[in-house]
Design a binder for this molecule. Structure first.
Ligand code: TA6
Length: 282
């Protein structure tokens, strides 16, 4: 099968459909530069997209991989998760090679971002679909004359068949801030993370790769550049508070997010930074 990148309409918004030589497929919207679907094989969707997600060009889309920048969650005065997940990005590059498909989307500061944050920046998201692997890389350049610092995340909604049966390995021994328990600092002592209630944790300084096991299939998560990992599931009560999640939606995803949350990334004028999350279907 030849690799391809096609312009498509996805629930009424402009998107790109990437197909790799192996038959893997991914869909990325220009709105938010959000990966909305990733199927490394036929009938093997690995990203959760809520059936109640709103595609009105104003609301953040619930699912896939939203980009949080220049603020993660409520860690500052900006709108939650920052300014770029509800903006139209532009396509800068598309490339189809023998085996893989790659696209680059970009967004720069403008009057809408200045209304909240005065800094000048260039953000670029590169998505590479290559066989069983999906790489998502966020690069940020300080294009202004003053230094700035930011928090950020690739807020990946990983699809699981049944969250109670999911097992997340690799966080053992790490310190985390428990946002579901008054932001207490704790240390993970279990061999695997099992979700049987609300989870909202920011794990610090995670250098290991993670493995998400889910009813007979696995997903490797390798992270570079982002120092932290956020694990989030709202559970039943929390889920009921989200109008764009179905009642039992929480059972079908676990957010495992490459993040810079505890320590802000500082950039001098002219400097740039990148962080990457690579997902490997097994
Ligand atoms: O990453 C976890 C988190 O910050 C949670 O606190 C939760 O609220 C979630 O993100 C979703 O945020 P959103 O603004 O997309 O509803």
């Amino acid at each position: 099968m030849p690799t391809s990148i096609k312009d498509i309409d996805f629930h009424g918004i402009a998107a790109l459909e990437m197909t790799s030589a192996s038959g893997a497929r991914a869909v990325v919207s220009l709105y938010g530069a959000q990966v909305l679907s990733w199927q490394p094989g036929a009938n093997d969707e690995r990203l959760y997209l809520s059936e109640k997600a709103v595609f009105d060009g104003e609301t953040a889309i619930r699912g896939g991989v939203p980009i949080c920048f220049p603020q993660f969650s409520g860690l500052g005065k900006l709108p939650k998760h920052g300014l770029v997940r509800t903006r139209e990005w532009s396509l800068r590059q598309r490339r189809c090679d023998d085996g893989f498909a790659m696209l680059v989307l970009g967004l720069t500061d403008d009057e809408k971002t200045h209304a909240h944050w005065p800094m000048m920046f260039d953000a670029e998201l590169t998505v590479v679909l290559d066989g069983p692997r999906l790489d998502i890389e966020l690069e940020v350049e300080n294009t202004g004359h003053a230094p700035f610092a930011f928090t950020a995340a690739l807020h990946s909604y990983l699809k699981v068949r049944e969250v109670e049966n999911a097992r997340l390995e690799g966080l053992h021994g790490h310190e985390y801030r428990d946002a579901a328990d008054a932001d207490k600092i704790k240390r993970d002592s279990g061999d695997v993370l099992i979700v049987d209630g609300e989870v909202n944790r920011v794990y610090h300084d995670v250098k290991r790769s993670l493995l998400l096991g889910d009813s007979g299939r696995s997903l490797g998560v390798a992270i570079e550049g982002f120092p932290d990992v956020v694990v989030w599931n709202p559970w039943e009560e929390g889920c009921a508070g989200f109008s764009d999640l179905p009642k039992l939606g929480f059972r079908h995803f676990l957010c495992v997010e490459a993040a810079a949350a505890r320590t802000r990334i500082a950039l001098d004028a002219g400097d740039s930074w990148f962080g990457r999350q690579s997902l490997l279907a097994m």
